[in-house]
Structures are given as structure tokens and as C-alpha cells.
Design a protein around this ligand. Structure first.
Ligand code: ZN
Length: 302
């Protein structure tokens, strides 16, 4: 679990909040273009097959939760980089060290002062983390494995890693896979010729097939749950901005994005969510529910 999301990450003095939070969200989308949800091209086979599962004798297409998380994660990272100048300098610096392609933080000795500053801001939390992850004090870890120590500190403060997870911490968001009922004529096969990007010529054995899912004009729900994300925290605001971006620009899922496949449009008015908060004494605070994206954005940006 990412301890940091329980703290208000955009304020300097971080008072622990002992409350637990649970948010569930359903985002309805309208499919605007065919979708390729492939298992990847198998060597020698040259076919990108659509992933299907069978439940009770019926066949379904599936958009795996990993694909959805990957798409959201990339968008959030791009948005976070743009937020850098508006944030406190040390948090901005943390985000600049986040390397989304490698899903880790750039580790450089020049960040020594930053790491010290971040450590001293939440000494007790950092000490607990070093013990629980590496069974040693932060001081010892720093001497024995500086890289791991720096990554532990940076990814704890990073709003992208807080939302989606890092090498050391689990993220707070879990997506449900999208299940689409199989119907006749919803799958077509499209032939492509792969072009070598460097030589701009046809690759060997370059003809490959895509299974296209024609679900155009139909509705698909993307559902996710968010655990222990405190409304108003930096990670929560980043999630709000990501959803807002998707509501304007649409969401591209699956393969062939560069040629326009996989576009889905959010039905903002029919977004539904529910949010519960529990205190440390398990005191129950009645759940809130809402309809419409704007009510969800208000909650997240509280
Ligand atoms: Zn990060």
C-alpha cells in the first residue's frame, strides 16, 4: 500500500490522516472506431488476435484491466509534467524525475538535497517504509543501496506512482476488465503490411492480420475502484485532470491508435460514483453518491 496517499501531498506539513477512503467509479463510453485488443503479435504467426473469454458457454471479448490502466497512466504522466510549474518546487522536481517509459525515477546524485528534504519532511513514515521493505533503517539502506533508497523516497512523493503504482508500492486504482458480448459479424480481419521504420521498406514476413472489433456506436462501461485516495490531495487532483482530459479528447484503447482505432467518447452526464470514508475507529460515515462527471471532479478536487 502506498502510505503517502494518506497524507495531503500538496502541503508541506503532512499530518497523517487515519481515515480510509473508498471510491468506485463507472465511466460510460460510446465506441467511435473499431478496436484492436490484441494479445500482441506472436512470433511467426503474424496475427493479432482479439482476446476472448467464455463464460457459461457464451463468448465475450475482453479489454484487460492492464490495457486500461496503461492508457490512463500515460495520460496522467503527460498531465503531471505540465503541472510541474504550478506546484511546490520539491514536488515539481519529483515529477521531473519520473520516467514514464521505464516506469521508474531517474536517479542522479544531483538530487541528493531533494532526497534529504523529502526524507526529513516525513521521517517517521520513511523509516517505517525502509524497515518494512528492506528490513533496515533508512540510513543503512542509503549506504548499502543508494539507488533503492532514492527510488523509495521519490516514488512515495510522486503523484503518478501514487495513483498507478511503482516498483515498490502498489497504486490506489484498480480497473475492472471490460467484457463485451460476442455478436455475429463484430469481428473482421484486416491485413496489414508492416513497414520497417528505419529503412521504410517492407519487413520480412511482414504481412500480418488484425482482428478488429466492430462495436462502433455501442456503449462500453469502464469501471474502477480507488482505495485510500484522499480527496483534495495532489494525486486526487491529478486523477480529476486525467478524467477531465478524457472527457474532452476521448480515450484511445488497444492497438492501431496512430491510425485512429480504439477511440471512445465519454458520456459525461451518465458517469456515476460512490465514495465512502471510514475513520480509524471504524466509525462509519454515510456514503456519498453522485451522477455526472462534474460532481466527481468536485469531489476529487475538494
Ligand atoms: Zn513516479
Amino acid at each position: 500500500m502506498n502510505v503517502f496517499v494518506r497524507y495531503r501531498s500538496n502541503t508541506i506539513s503532512l499530518e497523517p490522516s487515519r481515515d480510509c477512503h473508498l471510491l468506485t467509479v463507472k465511466l460510460p463510453f460510446k465506441v467511435k472506431a473499431p478496436i484492436i485488443i490484441g494479445k500482441g503479435v506472436e512470433p511467426g504467426l503474424n496475427i493479432r488476435e482479439t482476446i476472448t473469454i467464455t463464460i457459461g458457454g457464451k463468448q465475450y471479448f475482453i479489454i484487460p484491466s492492464g490495457s486500461l490502466k496503461g492508457v490512463f497512466r500515460k495520460l496522467s504522466a503527460a498531465i503531471a509534467y505540465k503541472m510541474v510549474n504550478k506546484l511546490q518546487p520539491h514536488i515539481g522536481q519529483v515529477i521531473m524525475t519520473h520516467d514514464e517509459d521505464k516506469v521508474k525515477h531517474k536517479i542522479d546524485m544531483e538530487y541528493g538535497d531533494l532526497i534529504e528534504q523529502l526524507y526529513s519532511q516525513n521521517k517517521d513514515v520513511m523509516d517505517r517504509i525502509c524497515f518494512s521493505k528492506k528490513n533496515m533503517s533508512c540510513n543503512r539502506l542509503k549506504k548499502e543501496d543508494l539507488e533503492t533508497y532514492m527510488e523509495l523516497v521519490l516514488s512515495l512523493y510522486c503523484p503518478i506512482c501514487s495513483l498507478y503504482g511503482s516498483k515498490h508500492y502498489a497504486g490506489v486504482i484498480t480497473f475492472k476488465p471490460v467484457i463485451i458480448p460476442f455478436e455475429e459479424k463484430t469481428v473482421d480481419i484486416r491485413y496489414h503490411v508492416a513497414i520497417d521504420r528505419r529503412s521504410r521498406t517492407k519487413e520480412d514476413r511482414a504481412l500480418y492480420m488484425d482482428h478488429l472489433l466492430y462495436y462502433v456506436g455501442k456503449a462500453v462501461n469502464i469501471e474502477f475502484i480507488v482505495k485510500d485516495l484522499e480527496p483534495g490531495s495532489l494525486a486526487s487532483k491529478l486523477l480529476a485532470s486525467t478524467l477531465e482530459y478524457i472527457s474532452v479528447s476521448g480515450l484511445l484503447v488497444g492497438g492501431g491508435k496512430s491510425i485512429g482505432y480504439g477511440l471512445m467518447e465519454m458520456d459525461k452526464d451518465n458517469v456515476v460514483w460512490s465514495y465512502r470514508r471510514y475513520t480509524s475507529y471504524n466509525e462509519y460515515i454515510s456514503p456519498m453518491t453522485g451522477k455526472g462527471l462534474s460532481t466527481l471532479l468536485d469531489l476529487l478536487r475538494e
